[in-house]
Design a protein around this ligand. Structure first.
Ligand code: MN
Length: 311
């Protein structure tokens, strides 16, 4: 453990997985992580990078801060080709495969925080990293839309269904119980039914060995579709507590299709832009759209409502 003049540093390993497509949000997420940490937190950030361009690598490497180390782990192409030859018709996204593979890639680590790239961190995460996982595989937040709308918990026969975008992973226990092999097996047998594939595989493979965290640590933008009362009830919190979390979550997760880097009008777009302006991409214009594909489909319906068009 490193010792500094101010005392002992708490080392927090954080893992991201990104391809070229998600480099900008990854940089912005890291920028927010560093902007909001405690003075004694040392972030050891690992980027599992899939086919990143030289410019993207340079941008990631240009993020510099005290008590911070960033390591890009460039993954070889066709790493999972063997699975393709074993199972005909095998198809999963490469990013998802690398998420399962964290347990093997970071083989010297016992416990890490995994973060999706579509997030903003608003607090220090050493407290989250210190969660005692005991013999659970992970700590994560329940996915409200996935549970109530998509009914994934019922579909997979689970008592709880978590979102895989923010997870404290017990890599040690996962290795002991050969979870990677289990994940590959579940991927194979459940493939025809999967609609939300990598999150389902995490849920089915971990079964009930998961600690459910407060929504503070993964406030999913999708939850704004539910009333305050319903959110409070789902997470077993008082309305006041729930309101405080919605107002200022430790982690904002942009789970909806309107991503702030791609759309002018998106929930919590301003907070995302604030960190974008502090990131290595500041000054480079984003390619944002006014409408999503879904919005365009709504136009005829809106015109009908206004009496401007008849069915
Ligand atoms: Mn996500």
């Amino acid at each position: 453990m490193s010792v500094t003049r101010g005392g002992i540093l708490s080392k927090v390993p954080v893992v991201f997985v990104t391809d070229e497509h998600y480099v900008i949000p990854t940089c912005v997420a890291i920028t927010s992580l560093l902007a909001n940490r405690a003075p004694k937190t040392f972030y050891n950030v690992f980027i599992i990078g899939i086919k990143l361009s030289a410019d993207s690598i340079a941008k990631l490497d240009s993020i510099a801060a005290k008590n911070f180390r960033l390591k890009i782990i460039a993954m070889p192409e066709n790493k999972y080709a063997e699975y393709k030859s074993i199972w005909p018709g095998f198809h999963v996204t490469t990013v998802a495969m690398h998420k399962f593979d964290i347990v093997n890639i970071l083989k010297n680590y016992a416990q890490v925080i995994y973060l999706d790239s579509d997030i903003i961190v608003q607090t220090d995460l050493s407290g989250l990293h210190a969660v005692n996982l005991k013999d659970n595989y992970a700590a994560a937040v329940k996915d409200m839309k996935g549970t109530l709308v998509n009914r994934y918990a019922r579909k997979w026969g689970l008592s709880g269904y978590f979102n895989s975008g923010v997870q404290v992973l017990n890599l040690k226990k996962m290795r002991e119980d050969k979870i990677f092999a289990k994940m590959m097996h579940n991927l194979k047998i459940s493939r025809p039914f999967l609609t939300f594939m990598d999150q389902d595989v995490f849920n089915v493979s971990f079964q009930r060995k998961v600690i459910f965290l407060s929504p503070l640590y993964n406030y999913m933008i999708n939850n704004i579709r539910f009333s305050l009362r319903r959110q409070a009830r789902f997470f077993n919190l008082t309305k006041n507590k729930m309101r405080a979390i919605i107002k200022s979550p430790a982690i904002i997760h942009y789970t909806n299709s309107r991503k702030p880097w791609a759309h002018y009008f998106a929930p919590r777009v301003r907070v995302w832009l604030q960190y974008y302006k502090l990131s290595p991409y500041a000054g480079l214009p984003l390619k944002r759209r006014l409408f999503t594909q879904k919005d365009l489909l709504l136009i005829p319906r809106i015109l009908c409502r206004l009496g401007l068009k008849y069915k």
